[in-house]
Design a protein around this ligand. Structure first.
Ligand code: MN
Length: 727
């Protein structure tokens, strides 16, 4: 009777999320399981049926389809009763039979201490997952209930199960984005693996429980008032972090419980994406954010699809608290993981192939199915689950590991330095991809080389491994030195031409040695290099030889012409293969953007040949420009002002003068967001007369985008002035 009531409450839960559940089949499955498990008891002494029922309840919490719920009820019938898979097929259909069969097979694999056997288990588990993820989800539900009732097991069994859960199932839940399942599995495992530490933390968390509860209420009420005041409808929750993550933090940072900050985590759930940033602005305005703790997983979501803003602030009473801000939709994904995307759809076995969020899963499957060596397989799967490293294959099937975020260029350099130097293209899983493509687990990577290809300094912006970085830097520096010598040679020859001579004639006449000595250079190459870099000036060197007399006339003439000439020379010398962003014709030299005016694509710009720092680009409006030597200025323009990749967005400072009113900051942030502009840093200074000066570091694609954001901000009530800040 009690169990039937339990069934009814689960059925009610299913009705709450499933639009059209097959309830008679659920009841039939319950009847069937009841009869088959009749007389069996669990170690706790309860009827065995309690277990499949609770597993079904967890599956309902995961909001899965009816076949999964039925499979949950029946998952132990094949293993522990007379029932066969065929029986299930006849009575409940192919889907259910397949799922129960899969779960039964998974349940047979037990981890023992031998690594090879572990590998074999995980392999089969993952392969099963590739065919139908629901198998894994039912298995996770089964494991979760077993962990909840682990106290009835023998202590050696407890430890083994807990270790297995910690090693395999919790990371798996994490990978699938099932946050609550992951944290519960972790805390349950923690309790049996490190009982002393667990109970110590549990006790400490409990001892301050009342105090903490009132603190949580206080923070929630402050946040609630704040958001209400700004007409943002939000749900706010606060809770202590899970014990395992507290413990992990203590262990990693080697600190005591008392030193673990932000033990409390708050969650603000709003309706709209823009409100996330708005709420963030309000929170940061209210409580001081802790530098370096802000993470924007909305703009860049985690591999499992998770999206949220994370920040830590100094809250009331000077406590550090963590705050996560996201929309209802993002929250759904965070809690339900992949289920939120597709599993409520009846009978759908795997996510769509084109669903990018799960591309990793398919890749993992395809690559690992044929693995011969289980140990190697375990390694690669473990690394995938812990996702700070990626494992990829050479076309020959060798496995190489890289730090997460590594690209095809890192791969090329890992193969061989020469392959890196000459890599001209890459194929991932048989398809041509850009060189900066980041490697994913299971990718098969092939590098194409060309003898004329040389390392490019742009590669430095995306390579992850030290090996690739060092090799590229070295080559780029050598080539830069070579180019600056060439430039130096041309500059010196131009100078000498005014005296109807040239470097070669100087060498013959001995004037060169004289010049080297006067200017204290050891060799011609050294001198040319210094001239090219702008560290030495050709005209001064020449003047030292010919004195002032003839020089003055030539000087005047030269000054008139050299701006144009220098520009031509630069263009001629540096017109090489271009790779992307920057400036017409001179992409291959050291280009730096002046920090004083931070030019962005679309701005009117001018180049300046610096002494030793390559070409510096200023806006024409920049106040510094008038102080720069005319001879060193050259005309430059943007190569392409429409297509700027996100990675090449330019930083700009925008200063907003406004009244010191709390809501304003949020409005301003929102205006940036609306224009598609990302804020990377904000600094707010209030003055005594209740005014505020907010300086935002933002990343923009081009001038139009920036202007749009600035115009929007100008319209906000309470804003006096918006300007691009120069330093
Ligand atoms: Mn079970």
């Amino acid at each position: 009777m009690q169990l039937e009531n339990r069934l009814e409450s689960i059925v009610k839960k299913v009705r709450s999320y499933h639009p059209d559940p097959n309830i008679p089949q659920l009841r039939d499955a319950y009847e069937y399981a009841r009869r088959m498990h009749e007389g069996q008891t669990r170690k706790s002494g309860e009827p065995y049926l309690t277990h499949p029922l609770e597993v079904m309840d967890i599956i309902a919490d995961l909001r899965l389809d009816v076949a999964s719920l039925v499979a949950g009820l029946l998952h132990d019938t094949v293993e522990d009763t007379e029932t066969t898979v065929e029986d299930l097929r006849i009575r409940f259909g192919d889907d259910v039979a397949f799922l129960v069969d899969g779960v039964t097979k998974l349940s047979k694999f037990e981890f023992n201490t031998r690594q090879e056997a572990q590998a074999e288990n995980i392999r089969k588990m993952i392969i099963a997952m590739s065919r139908d993820l629901r198998v894994i989800l039912v298995k996770l539900a089964d494991r979760l209930h077993n962990m909840r009732t682990l106290k009835y097991m023998s202590s050696s069994g407890q430890e083994r199960k807990a270790q297995e859960t910690m090693d395999i199932y919790a990371p798996l839940a994490h990978r699938l984005g099932l946050h609550w399942v992951k944290t519960e599995l972790e805390d349950l495992s923690f309790r049996y693996l490190f009982p002393e530490a667990y109970y110590e933390i549990a006790e400490k968390v409990a001892s301050k429980k009342r105090q903490r509860q009132s603190f949580i209420r206080k923070v929630i009420s402050i946040l609630d008032d704040l958001l209400r005041e700004h007409k943002i409808v939000a749900e706010i929750y606060g809770r202590p972090k899970n014990f395992w993550s507290i413990y992990r933090k203590m262990r990693h940072q080697q600190i005591e419980f008392e030193q673990v900050f932000d033990v409390l985590a708050f969650r603000i759930i709003v309706d709209e994406r823009a409100q996330c940033y708005e709420a963030l602005g309000l929170v940061h305005n209210l409580w001081k954010p802790i530098p370096g703790r802000f993470k924007d997983y909305i703009a860049i979501s985690k591999p499992n699809g998770y999206q949220s803003l994370h920040t830590s602030v100094i809250g009331p009473y000077q406590e550090r608290i963590e705050i996560q801000i996201r929309t209802q939709a993002m929250h759904k994904v965070a809690e339900e993981g992949i289920a939120a995307h597709w599993l409520y759809k009846e009978g759908k076995a795997v996510p769509d192939r084109d669903d990018e969020k799960f591309a990793w899963l398919h890749r993992l499957m395809e690559e690992h199915q044929d693995h011969e060596d289980p140990v190697e397989f375990l390694e690669s799967v473990k690394i995938d689950l812990f996702h700070d490293e990626v494992y990829v294959f050479t076309p020959q099937g060798d496995v190489l590991s890289f730090p997460s975020g590594a690209t095809t260029v890192d791969f090329a350099y890992a193969i061989h330095t020469e392959v890196g130097h000459h890599c001209s293209g890459a194929k991932v899983n048989g398809k041509m991809v850009p060189l900066k493509t980041q490697l994913q687990n299971g990718d098969i990577v092939e590098i194409l080389t060309h003898k004329n290809q040389r390392p490019n300094k742009d590669w430095l912006s995306f390579v992850k491994t030290g090996r690739a970085r060092t090799k590229i830097q070295k080559t780029v520096r050598t080539e830069q030195r070579e180019r600056s010598r060439q430039l130096g040679r041309e500059l010196l020859d131009k100078e000498l031409k005014q005296y109807n001579t040239n470097i070669r004639a100087w060498e013959r006449s001995g004037k060169l040695d004289e010049a080297l000595e006067l200017s204290r250079f050891g060799t011609l190459e050294e001198m040319l290099g210094e001239i090219g870099y702008g560290k030495a000036q050709a005209d001064i060197i020449v003047d030292k030889i010919y004195g002032d007399s003839d020089a003055e006339e030539a000087e005047k003439k030269k000054k008139k012409e050299s701006a144009g000439k220098l520009g031509q020379i630069w263009n001629k010398i540096v017109d090489r293969g271009r790779t992307g962003v920057v400036l017409d014709g001179i992409e291959d030299v050291m280009v730096t953007y002046a920090k004083c005016c931070n030019p962005v694509p679309g701005d009117d710009i001018i180049g300046f040949v610096t002494r030793g720092r390559g070409l510096s680009v200023h806006t024409r409006e920049c106040s510094r420009v008038s102080h720069l030597e005319k001879e060193r200025q050259i005309d430059v323009r943007w190569a392409n002002d429409t297509e700027v990749p996100d990675s090449a967005r330019r930083p700009v400072s925008v200063r907003v003068y406004c009244t010191d009113k709390p809501g304003l900051l949020a409005n301003i942030s929102q205006s940036f967001t609306k224009a598609g502009v990302n804020i990377s840093q904000a600094q707010c200074v209030t003055t005594d007369d209740r005014r505020a000066v907010n300086t935002f570091e933002v990343l923009v694609h081009n001038r139009d985008q920036l202007k749009k954001a600035m115009r929007n901000i100008e319209k906000i009530k309470g804003v006096y002035k918006v300007e691009r800040a120069t330093n």
